[in-house]
Structure formats: structure tokens, C-alpha cells
Ligand binder design. Structure first.
Ligand code: DGJ
Length: 742
């Protein structure tokens, strides 16, 4: 049976390491709930009206500290009632609430008033389930709270149950609302577009509401469901930061709101735009999970906490790594897309595979073009048979060849799409999202299959399962190259049709769950024309993501910088492609391209058939050097020493293994101006008393730099780069290894 992922299933994961944190506590007298984990405390209580009121979210409080009972905020004249000014954990829209509600419903009799009060609670592992009920009608909401004892990252979601005799229309449903007291804050969020994802935007929080959202049916390139709020002005290494990310890959929304009393609230969950979930009598709706955390070490501290949590608790494991605390570092891949586009065939791919093997590549991935009548993007999607002209003997000869070269094999698929020019569409035009009798808007000559339909879900699971059964495939690149239009679902009655926003995404997760269950060693990449579907929902089922179709190594520096505020380098696939680059026509050296990609999970996507012996040898050497330090780069603690943002002349990162035994430093010059020398890099998080040996991977330290020095030296004096390190698009990389026995 297909199983959807739930918060309780997450809590049951064996990899949730339990560190020393007091158990969740409920103060019976004061009706105050307290959760502690890592360096974080979170408190909320039942106030005199019966609402669940947020009391504190921040640095860990003393074990014996107690909090007074929750007292509602006063009203502000007759215009802003106490209901509106009180920071509720989960508010219904009703009773004069003017701020963003968590839940808004219309009852069958037309009543649109929902007032949620505390009923009861139960203690669960690392948290509470708190039951709220409308003051008059049998609408129940269970709020699920769970805190990770190590990182203090809190997961919240809600289950809405209709025990009325009639259906209830849910018009807005958040996973959670979070509150911060009045102060001066900076909001950080990530915006973008196709080939231009992952721009960190920073702005002061002002009165009113900032809406971050996708109305597109999927996560989207344009905004990512992540936020960070910093007390005061932005800082990489100092100050309090409250951050969060939503685990949902369908249309989503987060509102960041400063209310009439200057208090700040963040509310996030399903996007209420065009939303309507008809909840029948006896049915339940589960919201996505909203994860949040707190750090006192600036944006850098926040992202390190989030990376660790994602690595340990979100990312899936294969059967081979099921008991490992961390997923394995990604294989270094070769991908055919930029070399051949749709012109894949047996001989061409075999030739590329031989070149790839000579470079030291671990995994060979054949991209788009291998199936149906796929000559370009006009035809073929939906027809998942091997193209007999391109591969007359099926995929087996190519896969065998790849295996004989000691690489594993990966394949591109785009399961949720159909070209009107396909056998599938000719047979099942009703399978595409559409409103009958209305035009169907194509994008890249394709339509979106309605995965909410049980027949479509069965078809997609069936063909993927067959491909994996028939072929020895280790990896699927799962692409998704457009957003929704005309999101109709005429298979179900009109009042239920908007459930498509929920059922589509649930079925996507269910297919991924079942596929991984049937093929437990297959790994999957989430790609959506680049970074259009990266979120903590899809990451429970996919091992890595394609951050952007933009592989220009200079653009990638800012994209990678932005990406790492929310997601770890482990999942950030980064290919080295050809120069001049197709997007910007920028020419860069192979060394620069390699080092830019080595900041994440390295891959090669160039036409390596055309590489000179010197280029092949350079790439082989750097891939070997990368393999030797990859766990530190992709799973260590990341310090963004100099940001490439805002037209910076330089940038640098440092990754430190969690046991402090190794660090890797990358330094980039974008364009030297007025003879500036590269700033001395003061390294971070080394053991001050241990000795570390510096080894260049590429480039040189300044003459006179000690080969071996203490962690204190590298952190306080720092690392000077060679005086000749200047020019345009220059790159250097170093490793520091703690001396044996220290
Ligand atoms: C979009 C992806 O992002 C590319 O890497 C490539 O797989 C193409 N689709 C293939 O159509």
C-alpha cells in the first residue's frame, strides 16, 4: 500500500539521536507547555479565554525557570481586539481576528466563524499533541509539536478533523504560526527565476505583511519556502536568528506580518489562493510540516544548524546506508545534457562513458532524449519506452558498458508531464490538468498530468517501476519542466475539485515512497528545470537536487551562496560545463570551473569528448583531490567567510569536519580592481591547540606561510594567499589536516 509520510513517522525514524535535553514539560497549574532542545526553549500556554498563546521562542532558559500563565494581550482601543493582538499558536478566523488566521472554514450552513480553544493534550516523543476545538461545533485541530533534542529544531503540523454531520470547506490551512515580540528585525528570504535561483534578499520588517508564496502547483524558482528573521541588522556570525522552512512541494505560502503592536508573526502552510479542501464528515486533513530553529550565531549559525538537521533527519537513506547517521556523499557524476542535448544514442553515450571513466567519474547519467519519439522538446513525454532508432538493443548494452567501466548508471525521467504529441496523450487527453472545453496552455510544448487522479498515479508508478525492474539503474534524475495552468479535475464533483492542490502532491510523495520501497538502493534527484522544486517535503524522498540550469561558474558562486542559507552542500549538485558558457557567453578557465563546482557535490556536464589531454588530466587530478576531501565539503560545517553577493570583488568559504580534523578553503577572485590583494582569511572552528598542515589543492599561500601551524594561528593570524593571486575569475583551494595523534 502507498503510504504518505507523516510527522509521527518522522518521529519514529531511528536516526533521531537523543541528546541530553529535558523531556517536554506541562505545568498543570499555569497551563504552560515547555519544549527544550539544543540551545532552544519554546513555551506556550492556555490563556484565560482558552486560546493557545505563544509565550517564548529563543535561547535556552534555565532548567528551573518558570513562566507565568498566559495572559491575553490587551485590546488596542475598539479597533484591534485582544483576540487579534494576542499571538495565538493556531487561530481560527472568527471573533474579530484581523491578522492572518491559521485556519479559515465555511460550514455547510454558511457560518464562517471559527474560534479554536484548548481541549486536552498528550505527551508524545519529544513533544506534545495538543487538541483544540471550535467553541461551538465539532471541528477539532490537533497541533503536533516535536523538538529535535540536538539542534532544537522544532517541527509543527496540524491535523484538522471534521466531526460535523456535514462537509466543511477549508479555505485556508496553515501548518503553524510563530511569533516574535516587538523589535527591529531583518527578514531574509530567497527569490529567483529560471536560471537565476537562490538570491538572498534582506530587508527590514515593516508594519503590514510580506507574502512569500508559490501559486504554481509546485515549489517554484521564484521564492523558496524558507525564511530567517534576524534581530537588528543582518550578520553572518553574530546575533539572534529565527529561521524556518516548510516541508511542502505544492503551492505554499508564508506570511511575515508585523501587527498593530509591532509584534511579528510567521504563518505558513498550504497556499490559500484558489484553495478549497472539502472535508467530508469524519474526514481529516493533515497539513505539511513547518520546521523552525533558533541560533544566536547569526545567519551562519542558523544555516549550520539547519544543514545538520537536514542531513541527519530529513534526507532519505538507501538500503545500503539505512543505519548510517548521515547519507553517503554523492557520487561524482557525468551528465550528458549540455554535451548532447536530445541527440543521445548508444555509440555517442558509450564514447562519453569511456572519457568519463578516465576522469574518475563514479556515476554516468544519460539525460533527456532516450525514449519515445523524443527528437526535441515537441514530442515523447509520456511514452516511456526506449527509442529503438537510438538504442536498437535497448539500454542494456550501454548500461553494461558503463558498469564495465566501474561506474553506476543513472537515467533522466520527467514522469509528471505529457507532450500532446505522444501516444499517451492521444489515448488519454483527459489525464492532463484541464478545464473541459477550455484551452490548454502549453509550456515547453507540454502539459501537466493530473497526478491527483488514481489512474495517473498508477500509470506513473507502473512505468517507473518497470524501468527500474528491467534495467540495472542506480539513479533517477526526476525532472519537472513547467508549472500548472488550468488546474481542473473534472473526475470528481465540482466542490471537491480544488483538492487537486493537496492530492497531487500527496500522490507524488506516495509514488516516491513506494518506488524507494520497491527499489531500496535507487537514488533520486529532484530537478525542476533547475531549482524549481527544492523544499523539505521533496527532500524526504530525494537524495539531491539540481539547484539551477545555470551552470556558469561565476553565477553559481552567488547561487551556491544563497542555496546554502537553506540547504546543505551535500544535495547541491554542481556541474562543470563548457566555456564560453551558453547563458552569459563568459569564458573561464577549467580550473575556475572545477573549483566553483567543488564547493558542492561535483559533477561534469561538459562535452568531454572534445577535451584536450591537458584538460582531461587537470580534471582527473582535481576530481581525485575532491574525492579525498568530499565528506568535509558536503557534510562538514560551512562558514561563508566572504560572500560573493552585492558585486563583491572576492569570495571565500571554509568547510570544517565536525570532529575538527580537516578543513577545506575555497577562494575566488571575481575581478581584481585597483590592484587589491585578496584579504587574509581568518579561519573558523578549528581546534586552537592542535597543529594543522596546509596543503594547496590549487593555488599557493603567500611566501613565508607556515606549512604547519596551530588552529589558533590559522584562526587568529589567518591564511594569506600568494601575491600573484589576482586577475579575473581566479580560484584557489586548500586543505588543512590536523596532525596525526592530535
Ligand atoms: C531541465 C533540466 O534542468 C536539465 O538539466 C535537463 O535535464 C533538461 N531539463 C532536459 O530536458
Amino acid at each position: 500500500m502507498l503510504k504518505a509520510f507523516t510527522l509521527s513517522a518522522l518521529l519514529a525514524l531511528p536516526c533521531l539521536a537523543l541528546a541530553q535535553s529535558p523531556a517536554p514539560h506541562f505545568d498543570q497549574d499555569k497551563k504552560v507547555f515547555r519544549l527544550d532542545g539544543g540551545n532552544v526553549s519554546y513555551l506556550f500556554g492556555v490563556n484565560s479565554r482558552g486560546e493557545l498563546q505563544q509565550l517564548y521562542w529563543g535561547a535556552r532558559l534555565g532548567a528551573t525557570d518558570t513562566m507565568a500563565a498566559a495572559t491575553p494581550m490587551p485590546e488596542w482601543a475598539s479597533f484591534d481586539s485582544s483576540v487579534t493582538t494576542t499571538p495565538q499558536e493556531y487561530s481560527g478566523w472568527g471573533a474579530g481576528l484581523y491578522v492572518e488566521p491559521a485556519l479559515k472554514v465555511t460550514f455547510a450552513d454558511g457560518t464562517r466563524d471559527l474560534v479554536l480553544h484548548y481541549q486536552s493534550h498528550t505527551l508524545v516523543e519529544n513533544g506534545f499533541d495538543v487538541l483544540l476545538k471550535d467553541v461551538g461545533r465539532p471541528i477539532f485541530v490537533t497541533l503536533h509539536y516535536s523538538i529535535d533534542p540536538t539542534s532544537g529544531i522544532l517541527a509543527r503540523s496540524a491535523t484538522i478533523a471534521n466531526r460535523e454531520a456535514q462537509p466543511v470547506m477549508i479555505e485556508q490551512a496553515a501548518a503553524a504560526a510563530w511569533a516574535l515580540p516587538a523589535a527591529h528585525y531583518t527578514l531574509n528570504y530567497l527569490t529567483g527565476r529560471w536560471a537565476g535561483e537562490w538570491n538572498l534578499t534582506q530587508e527590514p520588517i515593516h508594519p503590514g505583511e510580506r507574502v512569500l508564496e508559490s501559486r504554481r502547483g509546485s515549489t517554484g524558482h521564484q521564492a523558496n519556502p524558507w525564511f530567517a528573521i534576524q534581530a537588528g541588522d543582518p550578520s553572518e556570525d553574530r546575533g539572534e536568528v529565527w529561521f524556518g522552512a516548510l516541508g511542502w512541494s505544492g503551492s505554499w505560502r508564508m506570511t511575515i506580518e508585523q501587527d498593530q503592536l509591532d509584534q511579528v508573526r510567521v504563518t505558513g502552510g498550504f497556499n490559500p489562493f484558489d484553495f478549497g479542501y472539502l472535508l467530508h464528515a469524519g474526514e481529516k486533513l493533515e497539513t505539511p510540516i513547518f520546521y523552525v530553529g533558533y541560533s544566536a550565531q547569526g545567519l551562519g549559525g542558523a544555516s549550520r544548524l539547519l544543514h545538520r538537521f537536514e542531513l541527519e533527519h530529513i534526507l532519505p537513506r538507501t538500503a545500503a546506508t539505512a543505519s548510517q547517521p548521515l547519507p553517503k556523499p554523492r557520487p561524482v557524476i557525468y551528465n550528458s545534457w549540455e554535451a548532447t542535448e536530445f541527440k543521445v544514442d548508444e555509440a555517442g553515450q558509450m564514447a562519453l562513458a569511456e572519457k568519463a571513466a578516465a576522469l574518475g567519474i563514479d556515476r554516468f547519467v544519460m539525460d533527456d532524449g532516450w525514449f519515445g519519439q523524443r527528437k526535441d522538446d515537441h514530442a515523447g513525454l509520456g511514452d516511456w519506452y526506449v527509442n529503438p532508432q537510438k538504442f536498437p538493443h535497448g539500454l542494456k548494452p550501454l548500461i553494461d558498458k558503463v558498469h564495465s567501466l566501474h561506474m553506476d548508471f543513472g537515467l533522466w525521467v520527467e514522469p509528471e508531464m505529457v507532450n500532446p504529441d505522444s501516444d499517451l496523450y492521444r489515448k488519454h487527453p483527459e489525464w492532463a490538468l484541464n478545464f473541459p472545453g477550455r484551452p490548454r496552455s502549453e509550456a515547453r510544448n507540454q502539459l501537466v498530468l493530473n497526478l491527483a487522479r488514481p489512474d495517473v498515479r498508477a500509470y506513473v508508478l507502473g512505468f517507473l517501476d518497470k524501468i527500474l525492474k528491467d534495467n540495472d539503474i542506480s539513479f533517477l534524475k526526476w525532472d519537472y519542466n513547467r508549472n500548472w495552468s488550468e488546474p481542473g479535475w473534472d473526475q470528481v464533483p465540482p466542490p471537491e475539485q480544488k483538492r487537486v492542490y493537496v492530492e497531487y502532491t500527496r500522490n507524488l510523495y506516495a509514488i516516491l515512497t513506494e518506488l524507494r520501497h520497491r527499489h531500496p538502493n535507487v537514488e533520486i534527484e529532484s530537478c525542476s528545470g533547475g531549482g524549481g522544486r527544492v523544499d523539505l517535503g521533496i527532500l524526504r524522498y530525494t537524495d539531491e537536487v539540481w539547484p539551477s540550469d545555470n551552470t556558469d561558474p561565476f553565477d553559481r558562486l552567488t547561487q551556491q551562496d544563497g542555496f546554502t542559507y537553506a540547504y546543505p552542500p551535500q544535495i547541491m549538485m554542481a556541474w562543470v560545463t563548457d566555456s564560453p558558457h551558453w547563458l552569459n557567453r563568459r569564458s573561464t578557465s577549467l580550473t575556475y570551473r572545477m573549483l566553483s563546482s567543488m564547493q558542492g557535490s561535483l559533477g561534469i556536464g561538459a562535452n568531454i569528448a572534445l577535451w584536450t589531454p591537458e584538460e582531461t588530466e587537470l580534471a582527473r587530478r582535481l576530481i581525485a583531490a575532491y574525492h579525498a576531501v568530499q565528506p568535509t565539503i558536503v557534510q562538514g560545517d560551512l562558514y561563508r567567510l566572504i560572500s560573493p553577493r552585492d558585486g563583491s570583488e572576492f569570495s571565500a568559504t571554509q568547510s570544517v569536519k565536525t570532529d575538527k580534523s580537516q578543513a577545506v578553503v575555497f577562494a575566488f577572485i571575481h575581478s581584481t580592481q585597483k590592484g587589491h590583494t585578496f584579504p587574509r582569511l581568518k579561519l573558523q572552528a578549528l581546534d586552537p591547540a592542535a597543529e594543522y598542515t596546509l596543503t594547496p589543492i590549487e593555488g599557493q599561500a603567500r611566501e613565508g606561510t607556515p606549512k604547519t601551524a596551530s588552529g589558533a594561528w590559522w584562526m587568529n593570524y589567518g591564511l594569506d594567499l600568494d601575491g600573484g593571486f589576482r586577475g579575473d575569475f581566479q580560484a584557489a583551494a586548500f586543505r588543512l589536516d590536523r596532525n596525526q595523534g592530535q
